[in-house]
Write a protein that binds this ligand. Structure first.
Ligand code: K2U
Ligand code: ZN
Length: 169
């Protein structure tokens, strides 16, 4: 398994729209393993393939306390959303150190293929529901800072560019 580099905002590749996975083959299974290793190493609870510069509809998630309940969503589609929504504080492995409120559905039902290529439907509530919606935005090329005001977003862009310049020097 390998650690994969995570794209950092405002990298334009984060705004590419992911294509459906055609076949759950050895390449995808290796990518899934590498994405989990990368997510756990980065202390994240979710990771979208877009964030590691692979533009296919694949998400890995583990919201468990013990970090032992991996969830793979291939070609995920939200098929139901709750009437209720709430604002939750979100962060993003592609926007390190930035946290802000985003309104999400309290609960969602998601149909997807699992890591074996079997069709599944999951009901998500709480943090899992927030994470699913956050990751599915990534597959559409959307980063959570795009829900914030233009002023906040510009300040975040400036901060991220400074951080990346400092890392290069
Ligand atoms: O997509 C990512 O960058 C992974 C996010 C997923 C996430 C964002 C907001 C709310 C829930 C999940 C990372 O896990 S951000 C780090 C983090 C860790 C625990 C709780 C919230 C955020
Ligand atoms: Zn994110």
């Amino acid at each position: 398994m390998s650690l994969l580099p995570i794209l950092c905002y405002p990298d334009p590749r984060l705004h590419k729209v992911a294509k459906p996975v055609q076949t759950v083959d050895a390449r995808i299974r290796t990518l899934i393993a590498d994405m989990f290793e990368t997510m756990y190493d980065a202390k994240g609870i979710g990771l979208a393939a877009t964030q590691v510069d692979v533009h296919e509809r694949l998400i890995v998630i583990d919201t468990s306390e013990q970090r032992d309940q991996p969830l793979v969503l291939i070609n995920p589609e939200i098929v139901w959303t709750s009437a209720e929504k709430h604002v939750n504080e979100e962060g993003c492995l592609s926007v390190p150190g930035i946290y802000d409120g985003v309104e999400r559905f309290d609960a969602v039902r998601v149909s997807a293929l699992d890591g074996e290529g079997t069709a599944r439907t999951i009901e998500a509530q709480g943090m899992l529901a927030v994470c699913v919606q956050h990751e599915m935005d990534h597959l559409l090329g959307k980063v959570f800072v795009e829900y914030l005001s233009p002023l906040k977003r510009d300040r975040i862009k400036t901060k991220m560019r400074k951080l990346q310049r400092a890392e290069r020097s």
